[in-house]
Ligand binder design. Structure first.
Ligand code: BGC
Length: 903
């Protein structure tokens, strides 16, 4: 009999176990989930493979793990194909402890893999009692003003300040961890070093409900002898205008010594506080940095802080402390150089980055002490070459740097950010050159997981604009825009592009946190606000906006197989739907505020009654709730909400359906019921015709939809057999359309279909029309989740060969591994290459080009001929045809299907 070990060593076909994630994160620090979940990806050399079992070991030391001693948890061999979000069920995990884990798996032939490489996770401070320090604050060193457009008033906000603590390390250290939060924004420094590469920490939350902290391994920054911790504090969103206070910080440094003892340094009244060179600082207005106030050496030992003030104990913000461990922090992700510098007026220098983006600039200069340089940021230029700051509305978007006059000086802001393409520099000592300024691209550093390219350059450019626009609007929450005096978590904008974001980026950690924000904001009556966190108290949300609390958990389940999210938010979703029910009359929900926002030529919807979008989303939410209830085994409630949705549908049709169209016959009015199969079957064709007549005949193949209709129109046309029209809309270059924006010079997407340069609602970097990008992946590349197998357990690959396209290539790094679809028409043949990870099954549809009797080969071998499936190819188990496609049932692996597409 061969031993387990021999069997494992024989199994070279399981090539490797990769992407070992704990709570969606590789080797996270500061996990505060009591039972974290593990995921992994299997690479296998054979096709059609799946995992028949797994074993997870979690140990309290590397040594134990190496000797296969899972002293915290040994799952034993579990017969299961689950490779995502496997829940830890070992003994209780302790605060601050590091754990090591590895896995092995069995493939479908019961071959056992080698053990994976070691991975780790470290727990955060799990109990309130683990925090030994106090929130501390300092006195004010001055104040500036900040205008809030929602409240229509100007409030005062304090200047930034510094906190400092000198302490001694007397013994040999084993390791050191810092747990820290500082509101609204902080930068942590130890012995002269900035800790971590995140900026604008912590992520925005409703601080009365939840405050995010970060955990850092700072072992290498400390030394035996004297050490200094410094914290720079700024306002961020922790300001009186939103019901909070003035900046404050909480920190705990835990040092473990080689003699097994520990010591902590925590924030308390023994800390010193001093004035910061960052005086004025506000998200909207920018930052003033007076380099003359720099205290050289303030964050290293032996600095004389005797004239600094004593820090004061502060009230805690009220919210519970939650770790940012699995939440992608904001970072400077890219550095870009300006493409042009101009000098439209004496002393005024304007830089063009050629790209609208979010962040700030770094300025390099030298000059006399006290000279003042202003950096203004805008998205647009005026005809005369000067900045057009009107679209920034109340946001001053200006950083000011006052020189200390000591040779070369380098400045970049810390506690603000801007949305811009152009930068104006005035007061520059001497003449700036192109290299005096460098752009820092800043946003939540979500991992790019999608890639898309095709043979149509316009589509590639739309895709690129969507990527820039999406990233610009991930600033610890999904924002509407990055430039003007809003930058709020408008939930409508967020929900309409969530699928696009998920196709392009790893959004699991980001949305997990945003759902907590939504949960925090839910009111007693079940309503949620339009903006989350509810810095502006806008209750109840327009149903189009509020639906974010339903659709985002649903997507996390669909795309990441995250069942825990459904469990966690099930009651919140129910409360929201019940709230909608309480407002509905005879199953019609008519309240609403914005509806199909920003259709062509308008801000408010014109052709789509607000009550239609509200009533439709009521149906949408009740329907999804009934599905969630079914998944969670709540069969009575599944039935209840499914019956409710049927009644809503009936009422919707009764109220809005008129012979061959809905309500006004506006595009969105017809698109929505078609999308959710609400149209009586015998009327579908008529409604579709009505929609197409409006698009094609009445509007010369243009859409006439706001953000809601735009999200669904391409999907609907595709679903009902008119992908050709969907494609024409996508590549339309005349107004209104994405191509028009690009033609007019857009480098991101606009808030409005029009090219506007005035004030009001006119952002040039809104993401809400970015939903089209998901359609590129789903339809042009044809990569889709199959709802029957969430988390990409089942996949549908069905590309549409449409218009002038002759090549599309897309890939997605999913939680199961890499999925790709790549098709190319060349000469008379089409090749469709597909990659599917282990543990997945797919239906791969190869287009037939309306030809009878097609022959399809896979890697040179005939798999379909004369209307029949030819058995015998590894990984392919079946094939069926319909009028347009031959659809193969396949398992994991890489395939290359080839078909003659012309006679
Ligand atoms: C925001 C939008 C938002 C809308 C709701 C605007 O000011 O920028 O994107 O969804 O208000 O009315």
């Amino acid at each position: 009999m061969i031993s387990e070990k021999e069997k494992r060593d024989n199994c070279d076909s399981i090539r490797s176990l990769t992407s070992l994630l704990c709570e969606y994160t590789s080797n996270p620090l500061g996990v505060d989930v009591a039972q974290p979940r593990f995921s992994w990806v299997i690479e296998h050399s054979e096709r059609g493979q799946f995992q028949s079992g797994y074993r997870v070991l979690v140990a309290s030391s590397k040594k134990n793990l190496d000797s296969e001693n899972g002293d915290k948890w040994d799952s034993g061999k579990v017969a299961s194909d689950e490779s995502m979000n496997v829940v830890y069920t070992g003994s209780a995990l302790e605060s601050g402890k590091t754990y090591y884990w590895k896995i092995c798996v069995w493939d479908k032939e019961e071959n056992m893999s080698r053990w994976s490489k070691l991975a780790s996770f470290e727990m955060g401070l799990l109990n309130p009692d683990d925090w030994k320090g106090k929130w501390i604050e300092g006195k004010g060193y001055g104040e500036s003003t900040c205008f809030d457009p929602f409240q229509g008033k100007t409030t005062k906000i304090p200047y930034g300040y510094l906190l400092r603590k000198e302490f001694s390390v007397k013994k040999d250290m084993l390791r050191a961890r810092v747990y820290v939060s500082g509101l609204g924004y902080y930068e942590l420094r130890i012995n002269g070093n900035k800790i971590g590469d995140s900026v604008l920490e912590p992520g925005w939350t409703d601080y009365k409900k939840r405050v995010l902290y970060s955990a850092y391994d700072v072992s290498k920054y400390l030394r035996k002898g004297k050490n200094v911790i410094g914290i720079m504090l700024g306002n961020g969103r922790y300001i009186k205008a939103y019901g909070y206070g003035s900046p404050r910080a909480l920190l705990q440094l835990n040092v473990e010594f080689t003699d097994a003892t520990t010591e902590s340094v925590v924030t308390d009244e023994s800390w010193k506080m001093g004035q910061s060179p960052i005086t004025e600082n506000s998200i909207y207005n920018g930052e003033v940095y007076d380099a003359r106030l720099e205290e050289s050496g303030w964050d290293i030992p032996f600095y004389d802080d005797s004239d600094w003030d004593q820090a004061r104990k502060a009230e805690g913000p009220g919210g519970k402390l939650v770790s940012q461990a699995s939440f992608p922090p904001i970072k400077v992700t890219k550095i870009i150089q300006p493409v042009e510098i101009s000098n439209p007026k004496p002393g005024v220098y304007v830089y063009d980055f050629g790209q609208n983006f979010t962040g700030w600039v770094r300025l390099c200069l030298s000059g006399t002490r006290g000279s003042k340089v202003n950096i203004r940021y805008t998205e647009l230029l005026r005809e005369d070459g000067m900045l057009n700051a009107v679209p920034n509305r109340g946001a001053k978007a200006t950083d000011t740097y006052i020189l200390k006059g000591e040779g070369k000086e380098v400045y970049e802001p810390r506690f603000t950010y801007h949305g811009f393409r152009y930068v104006e520099v005035t007061g520059f000592p001497g003449t700036p050159i192109l290299e005096s300024v460098e752009g820092r691209v800043v946003h939540s550093a979500v991992e790019p997981t999608g890639a898309f390219i095709c043979s149509n350059p316009l589509i590639n450019r739309i895709h690129k604009n969507v990527l820039w626009g999406q990233l610009s609007n991930l600033m610890s929450i999904p924002t509407d825009c990055p430039q003007r005096d809003e930058r709020m978590g408008w939930m409508g904008d967020a929900q309409l592009v969530a699928e696009e974001a998920i196709y392009n980026f790893d959004m699991a950690g980001f949305y997990t946190k945003f759902l907590e924000d939504i949960g925090d904001s839910q009111a007693e009556d079940g309503s949620v606000p339009d903006v989350v966190p509810a810095y502006w108290s806008l209750y109840p949300a327009d149903p189009v906006w509020g639906t974010a609390c339903v659709i985002i958990p649903w997507y996390l389940y669909q795309y990441y197989g995250d069942r825990r999210i459904l469990q966690k938010y099930y009651s919140g979703i129910k409360r929201w739907v019940d709230f909608l029910s309480s407002k509905a009359v005879n199953h019609i929900l008519s309240y609403g505020k914005y509806g199909d926002w920003c259709p062509p030529a308008h801000i408010k919807p014109v052709d789509t009654p607000i009550e239609l979008t509200s009533a439709w989303y009521y149906y949408h939410d009740a329907l999804i709730l009934s599905k969630i209830a079914r998944i969670l085994g709540e069969s009575d409630e599944a039935k209840k909400y499914s019956q409710l949705s049927s009644k809503i549908k009936e009422a919707f049709n009764k109220k809005f359906f008129k012979d061959d169209h809905y309500a006004t016959g506006g595009q969105t009015c017809n698109v929505l019921p078609l999308f959710l199969d609400m149209v009586p079957e015998d009327k579908q064709e008529a409604v579709l015709k009505n929609l197409i007549d409006d698009i094609v005949a009445a509007r010369g193949t243009h859409l006439n939809t706001g953000i809601v209709g735009t999200r669904y129109i391409l999907d609907v046309l595709t679903k009902y057999g008119r992908v050709d029209i969907a494609y024409e809309l996508a590549v339309q270059t005349t107004y209104p359309g994405w191509g028009y924006m690009l033609r007019e010079g857009a480098t991101t997407l606009w808030e409005r279909w029009e090219h506007l340069v005035g004030g009001g609602m006119n952002s040039h970097n809104h993401i809400m029309f970015g939903s089209i990008d998901a359609w590129f992946y789903k339809v042009l590349a044809g990569i889709n989740i199959d709802p029957a197998g969430p988390g990409f357990r089942r996949i549908i690959i069905k590309p549409y060969l449409v218009g002038d396209l002759n090549h599309v290539s897309a890939s997605l790094k999913t939680i199961k591994g890499m999925v790709s679809s790549n098709w190319k028409k060349s000469g008379r043949s089409l090749v469709l290459a597909v990659t599917l990870p282990v543990n997945t099954e797919a239906k791969v549809s190869v287009p037939k080009f309306e030809l009878d009797n097609v022959t399809i080969k896979e890697s040179g071998k005939v798999v379909w001929e004369s209307g029949s499936y030819i058995e015998g190819t590894a990984g392919i188990t079946d094939a069926r045809e319909n009028e347009e496609y031959v659809t193969f049932s396949v398992g994991s692996g890489s395939y290359s299907f080839e078909i003659e597409c012309e006679k």
